[in-house]
Design a protein around this ligand. Structure first.
Ligand code: GLN
Length: 200
């Protein structure tokens, strides 16, 4: 049984929970999803999900509730995290916004809301390292990764990185939970079990 914690202080939680359960099933595992709104839960989790939402609010609540340090300890222990959109902003090294106190889990600098300046939201087929076929990526007021440090870039859109891996943490500018495609959840949480994630 995989215990997956979805940070639920704010943002989209249910879609991620469903995607994690389905990703686990495809690997012959069962997942128990727990919602994290207070401290004391993270240390029992095998994997963590930092969802999209409003990064300034998520950051404030994570620090206020004492969850921020627990997430950092989870990553220091080498356990997987998937951080999406606002979750990536919170996980970054620098969000260039005083209202976000970044966790420094992913060595990138991000520009909130700068990605897709002309089109606030759009969907695009994305080639992602480790996936056989393009992934339907939904961008919603997404962060631009304007400086990628010591990370592996898994995907680019318009030359800009939009999916990166920094050790046990996978971060995406887009929302992988908003389509039926759970390959990114599989890649982030079960990657060691497969060389490449095939389309379902
Ligand atoms: N624009 C949001 C922020 O900066 C992120 C958008 C999202 O998570 N879809 O927090």
């Amino acid at each position: 049984m995989l215990r997956a914690g979805v940070v639920a202080v704010q943002g989209d939680v249910n879609e991620h929970a469903a995607a994690i359960e389905r990703a686990a099933q495809l690997h012959g595992e069962e997942a128990e999803v727990v919602e994290i709104r207070q401290s004391g839960i993270v240390s029992d989790c095998d994997v963590l999900l930092l969802p999209g939402g409003e990064s300034t609010t998520i950051s404030r609540l994570l620090h206020g509730e004492g969850i921020a340090e627990e997430i950092q300890a989870h990553v220091e222990a080498g356990k997987p995290v998937l951080a999406t959109c606002a979750g990536l902003i919170v996980a970054s090294a620098d969000a260039k916004d005083d209202r976000v106190d970044p966790l420094g889990l992913v060595d990138v600098t991000v520009d909130r809301n700068a990605f897709g300046r002309q089109k606030d939201s759009f969907e695009a087929p994305l080639e992602i390292d480790g996936l056989d076929d393009p992934f339907p990526a939904v961008f919603i007021r997404a962060p631009l990764i304007d400086d990628a440090g010591d990370v592996e870039v898994l995907a680019r859109w318009d030359d800009d990185p939009v999916a990166v891996r920094d050790g046990p943490v996978v971060g995406t500018s887009f929302h992988p939970e908003l389509t039926d495609d759970v390959r990114l959840h599989r890649l982030a949480f079960f990657e060691s079990a497969m060389a490449s994630v095939e389309a379902e």
